[in-house]
Design a protein around this ligand. Structure first.
Ligand code: ZN
Length: 253
């Protein structure tokens, strides 16, 4: 692709601003800054947006000029305004990619797109996570070994109440014995969605090269494609190119 992918990295940005929280030390400029830096190093055109900005930083102009949106949220999902969620949802159906990170499994936008509770089991106990590649031919796994490990992470365990992914790219094993579907691809309308599990705010996960590689690969995979645009509605039989024109409203089929 000759023009860089335009990415907006969205972050709730609350834990990092609490001086007593480990995230304030690990991510002093916010997780969004670290995620954005990784994507810039991968050659992408990146801006950031956070919850407390006007319109959560997701104005119509920003959304219209975003190819792929990444989303991290945890403690303030309920503060994300419904009208912004509706706009993001509409953009995904139009073709904007969406990368849903870690505790954003419970975000309004992911739950709306999935149609299920997106509930899961969790435990914070500094456990090792081993992430296995299930689809070595998938672009999201480019450059990875058969598995990689994160030394300390929060555990997320099955059952994860999501629809079966279109493609399940990763599965995680945790030291405590659980497994989890940690890399899930979906299509909704023209849009591509990838859920990627790692990234608890108390660990330096977004500095890890393999994690950054996966997020960059996922952004490339989720970037809009240039397939045909259909006019929906009543249509004439296809005998000539012009017959794809939509018939006037109310025309009997
Ligand atoms: Zn977490």
């Amino acid at each position: 692709m000759s023009t860089p992918i335009r990415v907006t990295v969205w972050n709730e940005y609350r834990h990092e601003q609490k001086p007593t929280h480990p995230a304030s030390t690990i991510y002093p400029e916010g997780m969004h800054s670290v995620i954005a830096q990784g994507l810039r190093e991968a050659g992408m055109e990146v801006r950031t947006a956070t919850l407390d900005q006007p319109e959560h930083g997701l104005t119509d102009d920003v959304l219209a000029n975003t190819d792929v949106l990444t989303w991290w949220g945890h403690m303030a999902h309920g503060e994300v305004r419904d009208e912004i969620v509706e706009k993001v949802h509409a953009r995904v159906l139009e073709g904007m990619g969406l990368i849903v990170l870690h505790s954003a499994h419970f975000s309004k936008i992911f739950r709306k797109l999935m149609g299920t509770t997106c509930s899961l089991r969790w435990r914070e106990a500094d456990e090792r996570e081993r992430i296995w590649v299930l689809e070595p031919g998938h672009p999201i796994t480019n450059g990875l070994e058969p598995y990689f490990e994160i030394p300390k992470e929060e555990m997320y365990g099955e059952q994860f109440d999501i629809p079966a992914p279109d493609t399940l790219v990763f599965i995680s094993w945790f030291q405590g014995g659980e497994v989890f579907r940690s890399g899930c691809c979906y299509h909704r309308g023209r849009g591509k969605i990838f859920y990627f599990r790692p990234g608890h705010e108390s660990y330096p996960t977004y500095y890890q090269p393999e994690v950054r590689r996966v997020i960059a690969n996922a952004v490339s995979w989720a970037a809009p494609s240039s397939g045909p645009a259909f006019a929906y509605g009543g249509s004439r039989a296809i005998h000539a190119k012009e017959s794809l024109e939509v018939l006037p409203a109310g025309h009997a089929q």
